[in-house]
Design a protein around this ligand. Structure first.
Ligand SMILES: *[C@@H]1O[C@H](CO)[C@@H](O)[C@H](O)[C@H]1NC(C)=O
Length: 187
C-alpha cells in the first residue's frame, strides 16, 4: 500500500468519525429541549416573608453628596424542585428571583433580587425560609415604598450543546411596606 493510499484511508476514517461526532452532538442538541419539554414543570412555591424600606445611598455609601434613595430589603420563602430540568444535556441551571413592577414613568421594571448556579440534580431541590435577598430592591425614580410587584423565579437551562432554554414560575403578588419613619435624633 503506497503512502498516499494510506493517507487517503486515514483521511476517510477521520472524516467519518468527525461526521459521527457532529451527528451525535446534533442529536444531543435536539433531544435536550425535547426532554425538557416532556419533563414535568417544576413545582415552585414562592412568597415574600418580610420586607422593609429605608433610605440609603446606592454605591457611594460614605459620600454624603450622593442623593438618598428608597431601598427595600426583602426576605423570601422558596420551595422549588428543579430536578426535572436535569437531563444528559443539562450542564447547569442559572436560577434568579425577579421582582417586576410598573411605575408611572416606566411600564415594565425588573429587579433581580437573588441568584444561584445549580450544577447537579442533587442540588436542584431548593428550600429556603426567610432567606435574605442578595441584592437591594430600588428604583430609578428613587421611590419604591408601598409598591406592588410580582415575584417570579426564573431559570436558564444551560446545555452542553445546543440552545439555552429559559422559563419562569407563575408570579407571586407582593406589596412592599411603606417607608419607615426616621428615628428621632438620627440624621
Ligand atoms: C402581576 O402579574 C399579573 C398576572 O400576570 C398581572 O395581571 C399584574 O398586572 C402583575 N402586577 C404587577 C404589579 O406587575
Amino acid at each position: 500500500m503506497s503512502l498516499s493510499t494510506a493517507l487517503n484511508r486515514a483521511n476517510a476514517v477521520a472524516s467519518f468519525f468527525s461526521s459521527v461526532f457532529f451527528a451525535v452532538l446534533a442529536v444531543v442538541a435536539v433531544t435536550g429541549p425535547i426532554l425538557l419539554h416532556s419533563a414535568s414543570t417544576p413545582d415552585v412555591k414562592l412568597a415574600m416573608a418580610k420586607a422593609s424600606v429605608k433610605m440609603g445611598r446606592i454605591g457611594h455609601y460614605y459620600d454624603s453628596r450622593q442623593p438618598t434613595t428608597e431601598m427595600a430589603t426583602l426576605h423570601f420563602d422558596l420551595k422549588a424542585d428543579l430536578s426535572p430540568l436535569f437531563n444528559w444535556n443539562t450542564k447547569q441551571l442559572f436560577v434568579f428571583l425577579v421582582a417586576e413592577y410598573s411605575t408611572p414613568s416606566h411600564v415594565t421594571n425588573q429587579v433581580t433580587l437573588w441568584d444561584d448556579i445549580i450544577t447537579s440534580k442533587e442540588d436542584a431541590v431548593l428550600s429556603y425560609r426567610r432567606k435574605k435577598a442578595e441584592y437591594m430592591f430600588s428604583d430609578i425614580s428613587k421611590k419604591i415604598s408601598g409598591i406592588e410587584a410580582n415575584l417570579t423565579l426564573h431559570w436558564d437551562v444551560m446545555p452542553y450543546v445546543g440552545v439555552l432554554i429559559h422559563d419562569q414560575s407563575a408570579p407571586t403578588k407582593i406589596q412592599l411596606p411603606v417607608l419607615e419613619a426616621k428615628k428621632s435624633g438620627k440624621n
